[in-house]
Design a protein around this ligand. Sequence first.
Ligand code: URA
Ligand code: CA
Length: 436
Amino acid sequence: MRMVDLIAKKRDGKELTKEEISFIVEGYTSGDIPDYQMSAFTMAVFFQGMTANEQAELTMSMVQSGDTIDLSAIEGVKVDKHSTGGVGDTTTLILAPLVAAVGVPVAKMSGRGLGHTGGTIDKLEAVKGFHVEIDKKEFIELVNKNKVAVVGQSGNLTPADKKIYALRDVTATVNSLPLIAASIMSKKIAAGADAIVLDVKTGAGAFMKNLEDAKALAQSMVNIGNNVDRQTMAVISDMSQPLGFAIGNALEVEEAIDTLKGKGPKDLEELCLVLGSYMVYLANKASSLEEARRMLQEVIENGKALESFKTFLAAQGGDPSVVDDVAKLPQAAHKSEVKAEKDGYVSEIVADEMGTAAMWLGAGRATKDSEIDLAVGLMLRKKVGDEVKKGESLVTIYSNKEDVQEVKEHILKNISISSEKVDAPSLIYDTVQKSN
Ligand code: URA
Ligand code: CA
């Protein structure tokens, strides 16, 4: 087989075979295929797309390029959730203990934040003592015992994806639907998921800025999952404005605790109940989505979800008493309000720009090596559709530096107030299941 022929085949819009796709993935990972040929190939895919079969083969070739996590020692169906990334997305912190409380095993591999999006591990580290440095054996024991544990990303998972993603980044081929779909699904499958629930975001804060693209991406990933025998479902959710109120590590932990108590922001709670219902259903713990939702509501009401969070924190060295006393979380030295400059209705809160503002305060990393400040961030006081009076607070800034003028101006520039009444955006636009 010659790479040049395979590039030509894709350029001409033909379907590649399983053998051809694994030849490309293996060859590129090992260094036998040079960057310039792989660049031409990814560009050909960008223009010609890939069939469902090709996407499934690409995904599995990338899975096989490195280590895979074997979770077979954990009882039950391991369901993973993946969000395509957003701002103030506190769902994992809530969902992990929430679905664990109804008996769904959560063996979660998580990452750190970069740029305007946060990472689950950073957020959890706002709890004093919490760490993810546990070995494989302990991880599995904890999931069997408590139904939930979180570890950091292991070194050699999907090396093919790492290398291809880096190449796409500099060849203007990141935004190719089949390549994104295979990239995300390969990582979930390598991490050991039996079933996968996807939260595909759409709007300013998301990869997919419009609904149509988000739906197409969701459908591709759902088809890949089902084609390789991992039951997969997706919801398309709004990321035009940040989710919930809190953006920032300790602030989001507090928001997660509130939500587990049934006192969280309504949008965040609803998204957690929807995603959680799918997880419970795919794990065969409920016979319908309605039953799954009732089970989740019950463990919020009877305190079991909160108890599960405490157990999980303590098992990984964290201080569980923060749950009853959130003042023990890292606290910022200064608070200041971003005030509305006129009366009206909030019509837009640009999600990724709020993420950027939080990053400037130190809540996120500008580069991979930046240090983050767990205490700082933003609390939205208004959401899209809310009425606001001139001088009322739109956002509270929590900072450890006194001068936050630049951040304030950036926030004001990215929140629009209209004189006309505005409807709150839909939270969930659609759900996607296997197509026949
Ligand atoms: N996220 C991923 O993991 N891969 C992509 O290709 C795009 C977004
Ligand atoms: Ca939030």
